[in-house]
Design a protein around this ligand. Structure first.
Ligand code: GLN
Length: 542
């Protein structure tokens, strides 16, 4: 194992889920990277799906796509945005992947003569996966977050795997346990019992936490930290508060104040170096700057009750808002409601309309109405993947007069199928991991809004789709004023469309939201928000 140089940090969670373990992992990553360490972060998820690609956004939130085309947990999006590094398929491991590998080995005869068991076969595979990403990236520090909560049956193999790994590499490992310390308003006191129980559960498995990160609504006093330290068998300075914050981007700064990085550095025998968090600080200042005007942007989607389903889109809008000195108020709109009640009732007053990616026919007509509203009222429009399909269908129906125009995803019998299956998708039977996934190059034509945004003619963006623009209609669209500003380098696939008469109406086949970073706002989101702001104030002075 290549464990001599790299240090390993494991993060588990206790008491309840959704404590923000992923944000803690990402924040620690930022703090260590800002001191010059090469940091990698990975997520081990205990569920049996091979990846979250086939899961409903209701159950799992957004599916994040890596540069190398892996459908992953949304925490990888947090990691990439925080540490400003592209991660890969090696950075998200599920129980399903581990079992799949072991069972395939069993069928191949690799274990001939042996009974295949959780220990050692599954745990060995887990230990192998912990270090696998190091073959590609020689990280100084590799942070591994274990999904789920300690005490879940399905987490047990992972916890046993990391217990063994820590036993074998004691000097190079640190373990952080993130728990909840509730504050009871009625009695005005914190409760440490859930944390005690959860740390006890961890110890029963044989894992000793070095640091306890306590998620809480209020700051914890030193006395309280001492009490938690005593019960959890750590030094008081190893009890760290992760207090609720207005924005997740505050957490690295808050955890730095709590000295989480110092405690971990000390435990791992590394050296504390000066951190460079200036850009991060000014980004946080700009998202909190109340003097920045608020503008209203509508997201018309299908899972709008759960903003986690569009997490990267929301974050990319925040980055764009900071870059253009405004605050974006998102108006979440259910496409079906627009279908029933019309666009004007809900979209009047918004200065930008965004239609994100999606699957399935529910709400499609409402999205088409929203795109029409944007085009006819010259409201800045950003269409992402499905949002591009919608823009194309809307244009074909209402500008080109083909009332039956559709995508074959929603109407396989359309007489005017402007969006159709990608050629290699036609005969696919399997659902998981079979879309056009990951980064592909796109060539940008000069003198377009797209070129204005990127300032270059060659880009790479991430994809996740089965359908695309149908080239049979390309010339007709062009003759009716639509511009194909981005295509694959061989010009065979349409990647971006735009309307030159509009102040800003751009839609892309890819998902730019996956590549936006806090203080490196994505060009398309930045331009979209900038034009929305212009629309709001009808002024060019930004
Ligand atoms: N459902 C469409 C397709 O498969 C769009 C996918 C998406 O928006 N990511 O092509």
């Amino acid at each position: 194992m290549t464990t001599q140089k790299t240090k390993f940090i494991f993060i588990t969670g206790g008491v309840v889920s959704s404590l923000g373990k992923g944000i803690v992992a990402a924040s620690l990553g930022v703090l260590l990277k800002s001191q010059g360490y090469r940091v990698g972060i990975q997520k081990f998820d205990p569920y049996l799906n091979l990846d979250p690609g086939t899961m409903s956004p209701y159950q799992h939130g957004e599916v994040f796509v890596t540069e190398d085309g892996c459908e992953t947990d949304l925490d990888l999006g947090h990691y990439e945005r925080f540490i400003d590094e592209n991660l890969s398929r090696l950075n998200n491991v599920t129980s399903g992947m581990i079992f799949w590998e072991v069972l395939n080995k069993e069928r191949r005869g690799d274990y001939l003569g042996n009974t295949v068991q959780i220990i050692p076969h599954i745990t060995n595979e887990i230990k192998h996966r912990i270090v696998q990403s190091l073959e590609k990236e020689p990280y100084d520090v590799l942070i591994t977050e274990i999904g789920g909560t300690v005490g879940d049956i399905e987490s047990l193999p992972f916890l046993e795997g990391i217990r063994q790994f820590q036993y074998e590499n004691r000097a190079d490992c640190a373990h952080i346990h993130v728990t909840l310390v509730p504050y009871l308003n009625a009695s005005g006191e914190f409760k440490t019992k859930p944390t005690q129980h959860s740390v006890k559960d961890l110890r029963e498995i044989g894992i000793h936490a070095d640091v306890i990160v306590c998620r809480s609504t209020h700051a914890l006093s030193f006395d309280l930290k001492q009490k938690i330290a005593l019960f959890c068998d750590v030094a008081p300075h190893c009890v760290v508060t992760s207090q609720d914050a207005e924005s997740i981007y505050e957490l690295p700064l808050m955890l730095e104040q709590e000295k989480l990085d110092e405690v971990i550095i000390e435990k791992l025998g590394l050296t504390k170096k000066p951190s460079h968090m200036d850009e991060w600080k000014s980004f946080v200042d700009s998202i909190h700057n109340k003097e920045n005007p608020a503008i209203k942007i509508a997201i018309v989607g299908k899972y709008t009750s759960l903003s986690d389903s569009y997490l990267s889109v929301v974050e990319a809008l925040k980055h764009a808002a900071a870059a253009t000195a405004c605050r974006v108020d998102i108006e979440w709109l259910e496409a079906e409601v627009i279908e029933q009640e019309g666009a004007a009732k809900h979209l009047m007053g918004v200065v930008g309309i965004l239609i994100p990616g999606g699957f399935g026919s529910r709400g499609i007509e409402g999205k088409i109405l929203a795109a029409q509203f944007a085009r006819e009222r010259d409201i800045p429009y950003l269409g992402l993947c499905l949002g591009m399909h919608i823009a194309v269908i809307e244009y074909a129906r209402h500008v080109m007069g083909h009332a039956d125009a559709h995508s074959t995803e929603f109407n396989p019998d359309s007489s005017y199928p402007v969006i159709d299956f990608l050629p290699d998708q036609k005969d696919l039977q399997k659902k998981g991991g079979t879309m056009r996934l990951g980064a592909y190059p796109c060539k940008i034509n000069p003198q377009t809004k797209l070129f204005e945004a990127y300032q270059t003619d060659a880009i790479q963006e991430r994809h996740r789709h089965r359908y695309e623009f149908n080239n049979a209609y390309r010339q007709e669209f062009e003759s009716k004023g639509m511009v194909f500003s981005g295509t694959s380098p061989d010009q065979k696939l349409v990647e971006v469309i735009e309307l030159p008469q509009a102040s800003w109406y751009v839609a892309c086949q890819f998902h730019p939201e996956f590549k936006s970073r806090p203080y490196k706002s994505h060009p398309l989101f930045r331009e979209f928000v900038r034009h929305a702001k212009i629309k709001a104030f009808q002024t060019e002075e930004i």
